[in-house]
Design a protein. Structure first.
Ligand code: SF4
Length: 186
C-alpha cells in the first residue's frame, strides 16, 4: 500500500533495479522491474539474492516515475514485473497500487507481464491477488525446477520466456473471461 515516508510516498516493497530494455522477459522489447521478496526457495533459483525482502532499496514515487518514463519510450512494447516474486504475500497491496498506476499512466497502454512462483488458481483465492490479476496481461506461473530445466534442455525443448516447461504462460484476460486457464506459446 502506498504511504508517506519523509514526505515521499513509498509502495511498501523494495527492488534491486530496472532493466531498461530486454528481449528475454516477455514478448518484444521490454522494461523489467526486479522486486525483492520471495518465499518459494526454488532449488536452482537464478535470482537467489532477490528472495530476501530486505534486499534492494525502497520503491518510491520517484522510482515509479523513472519506470514509467522508460515504459513510455516509443520503442518499448511493455513492462515485466519479476524478482523475487511480485505476488509475494507481504507486498501485494503495494504491487496492486503499482499495477493500477501503470495501467492509468502508460501512454499509450502497453502489456504487463508478471512472473510468479504461485499458481494462477491459488492467486484467484486471495482478494488482493485476484484484483492484481485485473491489470496483468500475461502471467508466467509456478515454481522453477532446475531438474525440469535440465530435462527440457536435454530433450531440446523450446521454452521461450520461462525457466522450465512446467511453468505456464497464461493469457490472464482470456482466462478470467472464460473461467479457465488459457495458455500461450504451448
Ligand atoms: S519463484 Fe522465482 S525468485 Fe522465487 S525462488 Fe523460485 S525461481 Fe527464485
Amino acid at each position: 500500500m502506498v504511504y508517506f515516508m519523509a514526505d515521499r510516498y513509498y509502495f511498501g516493497f523494495r527492488y534491486s533495479g530496472i532493466t531498461k530494455s530486454t528481449l528475454i522477459n516477455g514478448r518484444g522489447l521490454r522494461v523489467v522491474l526486479w522486486v525483492t521478496g520471495c518465499e518459494h526457495a526454488c532449488f536452482g533459483c537464478q535470482n537467489k539474492e532477490l528472495q530476501d525482502d530486505k534486499e534492494g532499496i525502497p520503491f518510491m514515487k520517484d522510482d515509479f516515475n523513472h519506470l514509467l518514463a522508460y515504459v513510455n519510450k516509443p520503442y518499448i512494447d511493455g513492462v515485466t514485473l519479476s524478482g523475487g516474486d511480485p505476488f509475494y504475500t507481504k507486498h501485494r497491496e503495494g504491487m496492486l497500487d503499482l499495477l493500477k498506476m501503470l495501467n492509468e499512466q502508460m501512454q499509450p497502454k502497453k502489456d504487463i507481464w508478471c512472473y510468479t512462483g504461485y499458481k494462477y488458481e491459488d492467486l484467484l483465492t486471495d482478494p488482493v491477488a485476484r484484483e492484481m490479476l485485473n491489470y496483468v496481461s500475461v502471467l508466467v506461473d509456478g515454481r522453477f525446477s532446475i531438474f525440469q530445466r535440465t530435462k527440457d534442455v536435454s530433450e531440446h525443448r523450446t521454452i521461450p520466456y520461462r525457466g522450465d516447461s512446467k511453468q505456464r504462460i497464461i493469457d490472464v484476460p482470456a482466462s478470467l473471461y472464460n473461467n479457465a486457464v488459457i495458455t500461450l506459446y504451448d
